[in-house]
Write a protein that binds this ligand. Structure first.
Ligand SMILES: [Zn+2]
Ligand SMILES: [Zn+2]
Length: 226
């Protein structure tokens, strides 16, 4: 307020803003109102660098790449030895995978093969996934996220295959054992069935129960071992 009673324009605006009741509507519940959170910005930890840090990292992308380059230069010899040792102890699978990857890299350098787009989302930044090292030209191009998803899918498929193989092996074993039991002398067969009927905690199993069959096969195999 000025001495002559008139308002300066800042005060004027302030009074106009809060005095009419209808303009107070947006402040109806002052208890619920919080200032919006400011986005958390982390800056690069390198001295003198004001760029933003990489997500989850201490430095910006440029400083990080420079640090990695510096480290590799300084430890060139140790890294080469480590790489050679690791290469020497690879199994055949790893050797085939490495060789396929090297062939792909060479084909990209020579230009005989071109990088595609992510087959899931069409992103331009892709990595090559080689399903079968023997057929390294059949590359699936995927972005980083879809690569992770694809690898998870392959791991699940491999686990499923292993489980199926285990199941199939058990069916084989069971079929063979049951057929062999049928050919045993009756006394021996009766003894195996008596063993098979023993359930957990003194219960009696019925011949149709899965555990009964499992016990029967186990008892038969144990009798063979003796
Ligand atoms: Zn930086
Ligand atoms: Zn993608």
């Amino acid at each position: 307020m000025r001495q002559d009673g008139s308002r300066c324009c800042a005060e004027d605006r302030f009074v106009r803003k809060i005095s009419p009741l209808d303009e107070l509507d947006e402040l109806d519940e002052p208890d619920d109102w919080r200032p919006p959170l400011l986005p958390l910005i982390r800056y690069c930890g390198a001295t003198g660098c004001r760029r933003r840090a990489r997500p989850g990292g201490r430095h910006c992308a440029g400083c990080h790449a420079a640090a990695v380059r510096r480290y590799c230069d300084e430890h060139r010899r140790a890294l080469a030895v480590r790489r050679r040792d690791a290469a020497a102890t690879r199994d055949d699978d790893a050797r085939a995978r490495d060789s396929a990857r090297a062939k792909l890299a060479m084909a990209l350098r020579r230009g005989t093969l071109e990088r595609g787009c992510c087959r899931e989302c069409g992103a331009r930044e892709v990595v090559g996934l080689i399903a079968d090292p023997a057929d390294w030209r059949a590359v699936a191009w995927v972005c980083r996220e879809h690569r992770a998803a694809e690898l998870a899918r392959r791991r699940d498929a491999a686990a499923q295959r292993a489980a199926n193989a285990k199941q199939a092996a058990w069916y084989d074993e069971r079929t063979r054992a049951l057929a062999a039991i049928e050919l045993l002398p009756p006394a021996k067969r009766a003894r195996l069935h008596a063993l098979a009927a023993r359930g957990p905690a003194g219960t009696q199993l019925s011949p149709g129960a899965p555990l009964y069959v499992m016990n029967l096969v186990r008892a038969y195999e144990a009798s063979l071992a003796h």
